[in-house]
Ligand binder design. Structure first.
Ligand code: ZN
Length: 137
């Protein structure tokens, strides 16, 4: 499990999203250059809107990137070995039990695209106990 490699994948994904902001930036620049020519002052507003869209795209991607990395750090920290060492009374003879209700029934559930993780959930009380990486990382 290489967490740093996955972090690079996440960062590259959002870098690409930020690069897409070059489209409205270019449109905004063309509008502003157009507005500098005689009788074309009407292009200032579309130009400003395009720049606003550019800023919005970068700000949104930055926020999503921070959320994604924070979530990933949480998965990394709350691993199976973390659970076993933090709650040794709930992992006896190699079997993990729920620390909330003591149940032995633990389900594994995929967390979906771009999370690279599955969660281990207690069938009885529904609480998430820990996370494990998907096998392809
Ligand atoms: Zn439980």
């Amino acid at each position: 499990m290489n967490y740093d490699a996955v972090r690079t994948v996440i960062n590259n994904h959002f870098l690409l999203k930020k690069c897409m902001a070059v489209v409205p930036a270019g449109i905004g620049l063309i509008c502003m250059l157009g507005a500098a020519t005689p009788n074309s002052a009407g292009m200032v507003v579309p130009g400003l809107l395009a720049f606003a869209a550019c800023w919005y795209m970068i700000a949104t991607a930055t926020r999503q990137q921070e959320e994604c990395l924070a979530q990933f750090a949480n998965f990394e920290q709350k691993s199976s070995s973390w659970y076993r060492s933090t709650y040794p009374e709930f992992s006896k003879n190699g079997r993990v039990t729920c620390r909330h209700c003591g149940s032995h029934k633990i389900n594994v559930r995929g967390l979906g695209q771009n999370t690279f993780h599955r969660e281990h959930v207690c069938v009885e009380c529904g609480k998430t106990l820990y996370y494990s990486p998907e096998q392809n990382i």
